[in-house]
Design a protein around this ligand. Structure first.
Ligand code: SUG
Length: 443
């Protein structure tokens, strides 16, 4: 099942993510939160109509008044926001970010067939590299625990210790290969640097994931070390804007689609994957001569979703930007025309999210589930025609169609956002998950 994050009512362009070229470039543009949410909804609707099991993850409470209080702002909630807006606008921007929409960074997920105790394991990402993302971990943990509450089947761990040595960005740096959920698969963890000991590291931009974080996740999920691979991102790729591995590679089932400059010793990793995944393993490696890394980063070709079809071939769900770029569009035509594993390409206009460096793959978290697990999860978040219509109405009723930096200071935005989220919690049948709801209920 794909869990898509819903872009929240404070979606904005604040240039908060270092090394994310789109976000840096579009800083201080005017955002349209309503359009962002509707674009996400359209993608979910289309994937559901392809027969993909689809669910939603709710946006987080923003601005995060509790974070502003933690750094010394006092008074009523609206005073806290107003004062932060005057005295520390960059802090208010970070505390207003709707970045939780990028569900690929919510958690790392290991299907039950891979885990020693036979449960489905989640490690919510600590996202320590950036303030505006680190504040997601607490709510994400609460939301996942509400959806996957059955302890006999699910284990939602605490995030890893929130220190640079355990920098963790979740499923954006993790791919599970294998044919289904009834047999153990192979888990590929991609890291940007080692926290301890020597090793190559980027010089310009941060490497957000450490090897130690990936190893800790494999250990706590109870994975078989013989079925895990740890691969390093190329530091020069990170310095060229590849802030997560899912900006340059996507894998699903038995297929890996990536750029040749994604990983250190990429041929060695491909060989290991072929050995571990078995004869069904296929890879499509795009060469620098076909598509330079810079173009792959600007079109976000690899931030696509791969959807397995019944005939064993795949549909590539790509951002519309790929068709607007000649070399990328021609590459897509060659891929679908050569009888290879990718049979079809469908593009989506996700421009609102894309301007912050979030493509189709960033917006979803894959949760491989058995039918019994599916039956045990909270059903209220599952996307169907009823939820589709309800979300459409909810977005149109609560979201603004224009948001820029000065608007973040508007105390009405805090009220609007809380009202919207309160209604959404009811729509999804979730318990209290937001700080403002927990305070009200004395939790
Ligand atoms: O962490 N952008 C996000 C984009 C995350 C994309 N996710 C994956 N690749 N899986 C990030 O860089 C920009 C927010 C701003 O600048 O307002 C931002 O956080």
């Amino acid at each position: 099942m794909n869990f898509d994050g819903i872009p929240g009512p404070t979606h904005s362009y604040s240039g908060l993510a270092q090394g994310n070229l789109a976000a840096e470039r579009n800083a201080r543009q005017v955002a349209n939160p309503r359009e962002a949410a509707l674009q996400g909804l359209a993608k979910m609707r289309a994937l559901a109509s392809l027969g993909i099991a689809q669910a939603v993850l709710p946006p987080h409470e923003r601005p995060a008044v509790w974070v502003l209080r933690a750094v010394g702002f006092r008074g009523r909630d609206d005073d806290v926001v107003a004062r932060a807006g005057r005295e520390a606008p960059e802090l208010l921007a970070a505390c207003s970010s709707a970045a939780a929409m990028w569900a690929a960074n919510a958690a790392t997920v290991s299907p039950s067939a891979d885990c020693a105790d036979g449960r489905l394991h989640f490690t919510p990402a600590n996202l320590v590299t950036h303030l505006h993302r680190a504040i997601e971990a607490e709510t994400t943990t609460r939301v996942l625990r509400a959806i996957f509450a059955a302890r006999t089947r699910f284990d939602v761990h605490d995030p890893l210790p929130a220190v640079p040595q355990f920098g963790d960005e979740g499923a954006a740096n993790h791919t599970r290969f294998g044919a289904g959920t009834d047999r153990p698969g192979i888990e590929l963890f991609v890291f940007g640097r080692r926290a301890f000991g020597p090793g190559p590291a980027p010089v310009r931009y941060p490497a957000r994931q450490t090897r130690e974080a990936s190893e800790a996740i494999a250990r706590r999920h109870g994975l078989d070390p013989g079925r895990c691979l740890f691969a390093q991102q190329r530091p020069d790729a990170i310095d060229a804007g590849v802030f997560h591995n899912d900006v340059i590679a996507v894998g699903e089932g038995t297929l890996l689609f990536c750029h040749e400059r994604a990983l250190v010793d990429e041929p060695g990793i491909l060989q290991a994957l072929a050995r571990l995944v078995g004869p069904a393993f296929q890879s499509i490696v795009v060469r620098e001569a076909e598509l330079p890394l810079a173009d792959a980063v600007s079109t976000y070709l690899f931030n696509s979703q791969l959807i397995a079809r019944r005939d064993g071939r795949y549909v590539l769900i790509a951002p519309a930007e790929c068709r607007a770029h000649r070399a990328t569009s021609e590459l897509l035509d060659r891929l679908t025309g050569d009888g290879g594993p990718i049979a079809e390409v469908i593009v989506f206009d996700l421009r609102q999210s894309m301007r912050n460096g979030g493509g189709p793959a960033c917006l979803r978290l894959r949760v491989p589930m058995t039918p019994a697990e599916r039956a045990a999860m909270h059903a209220g978040v599952v996307f169907d025609a009823r939820l589709d219509a309800a979300l459409d109405g909810w977005i149109r009723a609560h979201y603004r169609d224009r948001l820029e930096a000065p608007d973040l200071r508007d105390p009405a935005l805090l009220d609007e956002s809380r009202r919207a989220l309160d209604e959404l919690t009811q729509l999804l049948g979730l318990p209290a998950v937001y700080p403002f709801q927990l305070e009200e209920s004395g939790g």
